[in-house]
Design a binder for this molecule. Structure first.
Ligand SMILES: CC(C)(COP(=O)(O)OP(=O)(O)OC[C@H]1O[C@@H](n2cnc3c(N)ncnc32)[C@H](O)[C@@H]1OP(=O)(O)O)[C@@H](O)C(=O)NCCC(=O)NCCS
Length: 476
């Protein structure tokens, strides 16, 4: 990069918000009549966050943005671009970004570029790339970019229901970042595939989709070649600039999009098998012996082979524990947060490893059905306060946020989803306004009027009095 251009562009600061309400997967298994261990061992999930009638992707976004600005003491006038990634449809035209603008309008800052990016779970990555590219471009005016990834994933009664989740992640983007992009090594693969999609606009739930009907083969037949293609693309760029073959040993951590944890375990095992096929040094001798019998399988046969799946998971386990497991805390506790899933997984690494991350590399695997995917990497370094890794971990405050959650019964969870089914796309209703579980400063939905306009207030801050333009009258 020529001198005078911003250097080390990336994530300066992060915050995460998730609803205080959750359901235990073990209890849900019993309630749904699933065999014991199916959700917890079979899918690898512990707990699932969900929004009650007072929260949605807009309220979560307002909460997380307000919190990030306050905790890192960022003047809202210093934000020049705001990008949102989400696949939760509240309005087919009005972006979530425009609702968040209420925060900036209060400070007379309306000069904020950016809108929403949507493609399944990939929208957050698209939003992040937009902000990073803006800071690296001639259009950059010296201010910060801000990215919000927010989703509430809910499923109809049935086998996919335990794979819901909800959260919002906010990331501040700028130069000299402690989490900077290695932009040269990005590998992307995008194509037209019907794996998971939501064509029924009358329902918040995904329609029955092939991935659900056809079981693991379709998931593997879509995902495993994809992992090979994007790893090869990213690795060839790495080799071009670094002059050596890329292998798993070149990254300290691997962070995967996580529809459910079992898929992450299998995805990493597939990366390991690919390293074995490419004969990289990371694969130990005894692992080579165990994987050798599978070298004769065709691509298609290898997607179906349960024996290969088991053998590669087994030999990859020590590296999985060291390089992947630190990223799995929040996805296992909160469920599939769609666009926020990858970044909540990344936040888990910061939470678990912030004391030892300086100088390390983290590879990120972003996947959105349909399909869109990118493998990219971060380099971690010391940041200046308040943008230091320990401070980011302290703002994320993951342990305390998890501990103060309220576990509800599966019956109450199902009852809430039933209410939300009626509310989806509805107008002219008031919510329960039950904010008893929300922490002070959390935004919540108050009502939707006869013109479908949504009104939000903030707990323990002077009640919002909303005018015709829907602006928030309360301060930060
Ligand atoms: C979640 C989902 C996989 C469940 O489908 P299903 O057909 O009911 O599940 P399966 O029978 O394949 O069981 C899932 C796993 O649990 C295992 N399992 C089942 N019962 C078990 C038990 N009692 N104990 C331990 N493991 C068990 C299965 O062997 C299987 O493991 P595998 O993946 O290694 O084969 C499916 O609903 C789905 O794909 N959901 C949506 C995810 C998605 O695509 N989201 C899109 C956004 S990214």
């Amino acid at each position: 990069m020529e001198s005078g251009r911003p250097k080390d562009v990336g994530i300066l600061a992060m915050d995460i918000y998730f609803p205080p309400t959750c359901v235990q997967q073990e209890a849900l298994e019993g309630h749904d009549g699933a065999s014991k261990g199916k959700y917890t061992i079979g899918l690898g999930q512990d707990c699932m966050a969900f929004c009650t009638d007072v929260e949605d992707v807009i309220s979560m976004s307002l909460t997380v943005v307000t919190s990030l600005l306050k905790k890192y003491q960022i003047d809202p006038k210093q934000i020049g671009r705001l990008e949102v990634g989400s696949e939760t449809v509240i309005d087919k035209s009005k972006s979530i970004k425009t609702w968040i603008m209420q925060i900036f309008e209060e400070y007379d800052n309306t000069d904020v570029e950016g809108v929403d990016s949507t493609n399944a779970c990939y929208g957050g990555t698209a939003a992040l790339f937009n902000c990073v590219n803006w800071v690296e471009s001639n259009s950059w005016d010296g201010r910060y970019g801000l990215v919000v990834c927010t989703d509430s994933g809910v499923y109809a009664e049935g086998p996919a229901r335990p794979t819901g989740g909800a959260a919002a992640v906010a990331m501040l983007i700028g130069p000299n970042a402690p989490i900077s992009f290695e932009s040269k090594y990005r590998g992307t693969h995008m194509s037209h595939v019907y794996d998971f999609y939501k064509p029924n606009l009358a329902s918040e739930y995904p329609s029955p989709f092939p991935g659900l009907l056809m079981g693991s083969y379709l998931r593997h037949a879509t995902l495993w070649p994809l992992i090979l293609v994007i790893t090869t693309t990213a690795a060839s760029k790495f080799e071009k600039f670094e002059g050596k073959q890329f292998s798993i040993s070149d990254s300290d951590y691997f962070v995967f999009h996580s529809p459910y944890n079992k898929l992450v375990q299998k995805g990493f095992a597939r990366l390991y098998f690919n390293d074995f096929l490419r004969n990289t040094s990371v694969v130990a001798k005894d692992a080579k012996e165990k994987l050798e019998p599978f070298t004769k399988l065709s691509g298609d046969e290898s997607y179906e082979s349960r024996d290969l799946e088991k053998a590669s998971q087994q030999v990859a386990k020590p590296l999985y524990d060291a390089k992947v497991q630190p990223s799995t805390l929040l996805p296992k506790q909160l469920g599939n947060m769609y666009t926020a899933s990858l970044y909540a997984a990344f936040a888990s690494v910061i939470h678990n490893k912030h004391k030892t991350l300086v100088g390390q590399r983290i590879v990120m695997f972003s996947y959105g059905s349909g399909l869109t995917s990118t493998m990219f990497s971060f380099k971690l370094q010391n940041g200046q306060h308040p943008f230091s890794l320990p401070n980011i971990a302290s703002v994320l405050n993951v342990s305390e946020k998890l501990e103060r959650r309220h576990v509800v019964s599966p019956e109450k969870f199902v009852e809430t989803l039933k209410l939300m089914e009626h509310r989806y796309g509805a107008k002219d209703f008031e919510t329960s306004r039950d904010t008893s579980l929300l922490t002070p400063g959390t935004f919540y939905l108050v009502n939707v009027d006869s013109m479908y306009r949504r009104y939000y207030a903030r707990k323990n801050v002077e009640e919002a009095t909303h005018g015709e333009n829907g602006s928030l009258a309360n301060g930060h």
